[in-house]
Each structure stands twice: as C-alpha cells, then as structure tokens.
Design a protein around this ligand. Structure first.
Ligand SMILES: CSC[C@H]1O[C@H](OP(=O)(O)O)[C@H](O)[C@@H]1O
Ligand SMILES: Nc1ncnc2[nH]cnc12
Length: 257
C-alpha cells in the first residue's frame, strides 16, 4: 500500500477523519505519534504530527529519523510538510502560503543522516524540494485564489528560542522565511529517496520588522489558516498520487563515495 504522507506542524495536529492508526517502531525509536491513516479527496493519506498530538515535542527534540523512517515503512513515497514560518521579506505577509524551493541549515546539534558509515553517501541537495509536489502545490493555491508564493528560501534555526533582532536582520540577507523544523526532516527524506514538498504558512514577521514574534501569535494564525491549508491539500493530494515522474527516487544514484 502506498500513501501520501503529511507531516503536520504547529497548530496542525489532525487534518482528516482517521480510519485507523499505525503504531510503528523503527531502529531509531518511536515516531512523534502513531500514524493516522485516512483519506483526502479519495486518496489514502498517512498523517503524522511532528510535535506530537498535544504539541509536547519541541523542534530540537523531534525524532526526525524515526518520523521519516516510519513513514517510509508504512509505504509513503511522497511527503508534504506543513509548517508555520516567520517572514523575512515584506511581501511574504502573515496568512500567505509559501512553497519554498531552497533552504539554509542553521541548526547546530541535530542527528541529520542515516548514513554514518561504513556505507558513505553524499546526496546532492542543490534542488532539495520535489519539483513535482511544489509545482502542483502552487497550482492548487492559485486555483483557490489564495495568496501563494512559488519560491522562497527557508532558513532553519535550532530553536526553540526565536531569533534576536540582529540575527533576524542578518537572515534577511540570505533567506525569505524562517522556521525550526525543515532540517533534518527534508535531508532524511531525501536520503531515503522520498519526495518532500512544503506548504508553509506565514505567521509573523519574525523580529526584524517591529513587533517581536510570540508563540501564541503563531498558534493563533495557524488556527485561522487551517481551512486554507485543508483546501489546498484537498486539491493537491490527488494530483501527486500514483507513479512518480520526478527525480527524487534517483537521489542515491551516484551518491556513494
Ligand atoms: C509555535 S512557534 C515555533 C514553532 O512553530 C514552527 O513549527 P512547525 O515548523 O512545526 O510548523 C517552528 O518551526 C517552531 O517549531
Ligand atoms: N519567526 C519565526 N522563527 C522561527 N520559527 C517560526 N515559526 C513561526 N514563526 C517563526
């Protein structure tokens, strides 16, 4: 059985009616929660809330290795990550959806690879996101007339604290949006030749603009955006079901040293 996998972030702990749950164990431990299996617009989906069902797992403590491994073990080949992000650019406004195409890793102490030897792999991450999921996610948003941005660089910080104003101003030179969870989620998916695409909801202007971001504001905006994300998923999920035509399944070819 293959499912489309959806990883829910802050404020998104369930997205559909659950038909059954799958309690999966992995060589890396347990995922953040049992997988919830259900249907979105006629397609089988496996859902996993990365912070746990009750948001008890902070970004630096998420067992990303177990989460991605569990999804693959369940038969998932394509992952849609749902994320709350701060904006580093005036034109990416709170409530907007961004489909990022690049990332910068500013994390410091995460367990970020399945390959610790003796098999040594260096995967190419020049184009980290699945081009197919991203293109279709953008189309899904456009069709609904949502404020959706086609591209953007996501800078991933270690957290759990938010950035200082100086950090935020520096990050503005390199990235468009900021969060704490994309890395190593995306790296690990790539190492297992899985597709990864993201629907990022802008919740705030981080610290560079004027107000300082607060977690409660992020949660509030995510609550208000839930319907938008659900409608996008309803249109997107059937579009990415079936045979993969992207390059993600080839990630490990030529990657072995
Ligand atoms: C609750 S504010 C900070 C929190 O929100 C984002 O979560 P996610 O990426 O899982 O949607 C950010 O990365 C932090 O974990
Ligand atoms: N400003 C911000 N910084 C880091 N993670 C976030 N998630 C939502 N807003 C954020």
């Amino acid at each position: 059985m293959t499912y489309v996998g959806i990883i829910g972030g802050s404020g998104l702990y369930s997205i559909m009616e659950t038909r059954k749950t799958m309690d999966i164990d992995t060589p890396y431990g347990k995922p953040s929660a049992p997988l919830e299996i259900g249907e979105i617009n006629g397609v089988e989906v496996a859902f996993l809330p990365r912070h746990g069902k009750k948001h008890t797992i902070p970004p630096h403590m998420v067992n990303y290795k177990a989460n991605i491994f569990a999804l693959q073990k369940a038969g998932v080949q394509r992952i849609i990550g749902l994320n709350a992000v701060g904006s580093l650019k005036e034109e990416y406004k709170p409530g907007d959806i961004v489909i990022p195409d690049q990332f910068i890793d500013f994390t410091k102490r995460r367990d970020l690879t399945y390959y610790n030897g003796p098999d040594v792999y260096h995967i190419s991450m020049a184009d980290p996101f699945c081009s197919d999921i991203s293109a279709k996610a953008y189309e899904a948003g456009k069709k609904l007339s949502f404020p959706v941005h086609k591209n953007g660089a996501y800078i991933c910080i270690e957290g759990p604290r938010f950035s200082t104003r100086a950090e935020s101003k520096m990050f503005r030179n390199f990235a468009d949006i900021i969060g704490m969870t994309l890395v190593p989620e995306i790296n690990l998916a790539a190492e297992l030749s899985m597709c990864y695409g993201m629907l990022a909801t802008v919740t705030d202007y981080d610290a560079w603009k004027d107000e300082a971001v607060e977690a409660s504001d992020v949660m509030q905006i995510m609550k208000e955006s839930e319907e938008k994300v659900s409608k996008m998923l309803y249109n997107l999920v059937p579009e990415i079901n079936g045979q993969r035509n992207c390059k993600c399944s080839l990630r490990l070819e030529n990657a072995k040293a």
